[in-house]
Design a protein around this ligand. Structure first.
Ligand SMILES: Cc1ncc(COP(=O)(O)O)c(C=O)c1O
Length: 365
């Protein structure tokens, strides 16, 4: 048990979010003095041997967890996942080209908006027609012949939906996996590019992890400033300028923790079991709780549901807060309740929420 765990509450926040306690303990030590160097991690030059070691470790861990080899570059970039919304079309959507974007929620809508600044977008699935309650099957996708790429979001943080498998297309696949990076095995090597803002499943905010296939990266067309050019970042080993050292350092520790837990298959089992407890509480409530996501597409990271009225939702959040459960209010665009239960969220916390839900339903149903 960590030195602090007794004064910590259950953090259901969508991000920044809960981190593994052993990682927090390690950070506490390393901020003072890392690797016996006599200097804390926040104070080291980004071009010295300690930070070299961290970047090399983080790169190798990413490759191992993702199951990708040397034909993929691993980059640590700034600007969050939102910067990728713009960098992707800027680099890969050529003049006169068209890219496929299934729209499955707020984040893909934002990605579409940014892509339209550079070229044509085919909205390959209009999720707004079904209030974003599922991700499309392959039959529901209307794809473009010769699309420059297909961009999708594997887990929709706000609506609580996820794809069971990546969309099937002949175009290069680009995936925003911000809210479930390394939460389950995923065919990363089949993608031209995968990216994630770190602040949900990988560590603190301030860094985006990008895994990009070299030939796709080299196909970038438009000339742009160096900081928005993947090739320049790759050539400089993600140190084109002063990089987000702390974010990369913490992400490396989180990835080491994932490996210690048994890697992605173990993470997936753990996440299925945790989410299952809350979905059972929804399904067993006789209709008091209504899940937002269709059962085909239920996220194991963000569980979203409604109560019979907004007043009850407010009371639910308040009473849960009083019992040490924070961050349960749904995103302002959908309302209701959202329990974000990323990799590091403890199973016991899901049990606590499920029994609170049963109790609340029996008192208010
Ligand atoms: C799926 C998804 N994509 C993108 C973003 C935007 O991330 P950032 O704040 O790192 O730009 C988020 C943030 O919540 C997200 O959940």
């Amino acid at each position: 048990m960590s030195a602090t765990s007794t004064d910590r509450i259950l953090n259901f926040s969508a991000g920044p979010a809960v981190m593994p306690e052993p990682v927090l303990d390690q950070i506490r030590e390393d901020v003072w003095n890392i690797d016996g160097s006599g200097i804390g991690v926040l104070e080291h030059s980004h071009r010295g041997p300690v930070i070299d070691r961290i970047f090399d470790d983080a790169l190798e861990r990413t490759r191992r967890l993702a199951g990708v080899g040397d034909d993929h570059e691993v980059l640590f970039l700034q600007g969050g996942a939102s910067m990728q919304f713009g960098m992707i079309p800027m680099n890969f959507l050529p003049e006169g080209g068209i890219a496929d974007y299934p729209d499955t929620g707020t984040w893909t809508s934002k990605a579409i908006k940014e892509a339209r600044k550079f070229g044509e977008v085919n909205v390959a699935f209009a999720g707004s027609d079904c209030n974003y309650d599922h991700c499309p099957s392959n039959e529901e996708l209307s794809l473009t012949d010769g699309a420059a790429y297909l961009h999708y979001c594997s887990n929709n943080t706000i609506y609580g939906t996820r794809y069971a498998t990546p969309p099937s297309t002949t175009a290069p696949l680009v995936c925003d996996t911000s809210s479930e990076m390394f939460a389950r095995p995923w065919p990363f090597a089949d993608h031209a590019m995968v990216y994630a803002g770190a602040q949900k499943n990988l560590g603190p905010s301030g860094v985006a992890l990008v895994i990009i296939r070299r030939d796709f990266m080299e196909s970038a067309g438009r000339e742009t400033i160096d900081m928005l050019d993947y090739r320049k970042h790759a050539k400089a080993g993600s140190r084109l300028n002063t990089p987000p050292v702390f974010g990369v350092y913490a992400m490396n520790l989180v990835m080491a923790w994932i490996e210690e837990q048994g890697g992605l298959p173990a993470m997936a089992d753990h996440n299925d079991a945790k989410a299952g407890v809350i979905y059972d509480a929804i399904d067993g409530s006789g209709g008091f709780y209504r899940g937002h996501a269709k059962s085909c597409c239920r996220s194991t990271m963000n569980v979203t549901f409604r109560l019979p009225s907004e007043d009850l939702e407010k009371a639910f959040v308040e009473q849960a807060g009083a019992e040490g459960m924070s961050g349960l209010k749904g995103h302002r665009s959908v309302g209701g309740i959202r329990a974000s239960i990323y990799n590091a969220f403890p199973a016991a916390g899901c049990d606590t929420l499920a029994s609170f839900m049963a109790d609340f339903a029996s008192k208010n149903g």
